[in-house]
Design a protein around this ligand. Structure first.
Ligand SMILES: NC(=O)c1ccc[n+]([C@@H]2O[C@H](COP(=O)([O-])OP(=O)(O)OC[C@H]3O[C@@H](n4cnc5c(N)ncnc54)[C@H](OP(=O)(O)O)[C@@H]3O)[C@@H](O)[C@H]2O)c1
Length: 239
């Protein structure tokens, strides 16, 4: 079996883009304890039809976790998928219905999101921000209905309460830990379905580059780019 991903790499390298970044979204979306508790795409006993009329906000469309989260939102059947940041054309290919510029300040970005979802948003997923930046997603959640934010970064600092807008119905924060071993009840059925999802193009591997051999200087260069917050294409070192 072979599928054509969006990279020029081999099958194994395409597959290596999946863990752990897609598992972060998987737990963040489909787990009750650590995520948004959305009905899973592979469970035919759960009703998912209401999702077609629901919206989700994904912060960090330029990140690998955000790219996979966009694909998982599409797989789950959410009708409106609003992604903040990232490349419009690529994210549309993954199922985003709206891609919002992440620049210009929190107020401007929030307004762009609310212009799309109004006061109806109950599902949000932040793939990139530290807690100090998570007020953007929380403020995008509905004031009148209780919404939930699942976040990937939760161990460094706290949400800035002073920046939160009123939430009459409150909101829920879920701390996501994307590990197949930690959440086998979600991960096992997902991994059983993954070959089909790839062949049907429902999940697309992410772009990556391959380096032959262990070039320590090259490894350090990639790690330095992560450290410095610069854009990095996932790099696979073939030893
Ligand atoms: N909890 C878990 O289980 C779990 C699992 C995996 C990863 N993580 C964490 O999740 C985070 C994302 O990981 P990743 O590997 O997906 O990151 P990544 O691919 O390195 O993403 C970095 C990109 O995110 C975008 N970005 C940065 N700040 C942003 C902001 N304020 N708003 C919107 N987009 C922003 C930028 O892209 P553009 O400039 O193109 O917009 C940046 O190049 C990391 O902190 C990682 O440690 C957690």
């Amino acid at each position: 079996m072979y599928f054509q991903g969006n990279s020029t790499g081999a099958f194994e390298d395409d597959c290596a883009t999946l863990p752990t970044n897609i598992i972060a979204g998987l737990v963040g979306f489909f787990d009750k304890e650590h995520g948004l508790d959305l009905p899973s795409p592979w469970n035919s006993t759960e009703s998912r039809s209401h999702l077609a009329n629901s919206s989700i906000l994904i912060i960090g469309g330029g990140s690998n976790c955000g790219r996979f989260a966009t694909q998982l939102a599409n797989l789950a059947g959410l009708g409106t998928i609003v992604v903040v940041g990232g490349k419009k054309e690529e994210l549309r290919r993954y199922g985003a219905t709206h891609v919002v510029d992440r620049h210009g300040g929190d107020d401007a970005v929030l307004q762009r999101v609310r212009d799309i979802v109004g006061d109806d948003l109950v599902y949000a997923f932040d793939a990139v921000n530290l807690p100090a930046g998570q007020h953007l997603a929380i403020n995008a959640l509905s004031n009148s209905k209780q919404g939930t934010l699942a976040r990937l970064v939760w161990s460094r600092g706290a949400v800035e309460e002073s920046k939160l807008h009123p939430k009459q119905a409150g909101y829920v924060l879920k701390d996501t830990l994307g590990s197949s071993h930690y959440k086998p009840e979600i991960a096992i059925p997902f991994w059983k379905h993954i070959a089909g999802y790839l062949v049907e193009n429902k999940i697309q591997p992410l772009a990556h580059v391959v380096e032959q051999g262990l070039d320590a200087a090259k490894v350090n260069e990639v790690l330095d780019r992560y450290r410095d917050g610069k854009a990095v294409t996932q790099t696979h070192f073939h030893l």
